[in-house]
Design a protein around this ligand. Structure first.
Ligand SMILES: [Zn+2]
Length: 149
């Protein structure tokens, strides 16, 4: 009814068993494996982004998260460490999105180039999605979930 209140659903991806949050305007592609969920399995509905963030973090198995971080580290060992990425994400979320809190891959790549950071923009987005910081609006376009970041 009200446009002010964001509502999110938590979806379980049937292809990779990953829980992800979905804004009512974003699509049903799993942020982890990218597969479109034809008959999305809605696990839960939440009204605010903080609840969404903690619920998604809780549902996804920490071991898998560690694997993701490990793979990320292996791929990027000669450029920047994961510790740097964790420091980098708040900076990216502060500087890259526009006034509506939206960002796209092009802007992120420009930011990385300007700062001479050799991270794969898609990997950064992936980590932000897993951490519940960004939500996909469309292909190549994301929105910050928490306005306080
Ligand atoms: Zn999936």
């Amino acid at each position: 009814m009200s446009k002010e209140i964001p509502s999110y659903v938590v979806i379980l991806c049937k292809d990779c068993n990953f829980y992800f949050g979905k804004h009512n305007k974003s699509n049903f592609n799993c942020p982890r494996c990218g597969i479109f969920q034809k008959n999305p399995q809605i696990f839960s509905r939440v009204e605010d982004s903080n609840t969404l963030h903690s619920l998604v973090s809780e549902l996804n198995i920490p071991e898998e998260l560690r694997d993701d971080f490990k793979n990320l580290n292996d791929n990027l060992e000669r450029s920047t460490s994961v510790e740097n990425l964790i420091d980098l994400i708040p900076l990216i979320l502060r500087d890259v999105p526009n006034s509506r809190g939206e960002l796209n891959l092009f802007d992120l790549n420009e930011f990385l180039k300007k700062k001479n950071i050799k991270f794969d923009a898609r990997k950064i987005i992936e980590v932000c999605e897993i951490e519940g910081l960004l939500i996909r609006l469309a292909e190549g376009k994301w929105k910050k979930i928490s306005e306080s970041l």
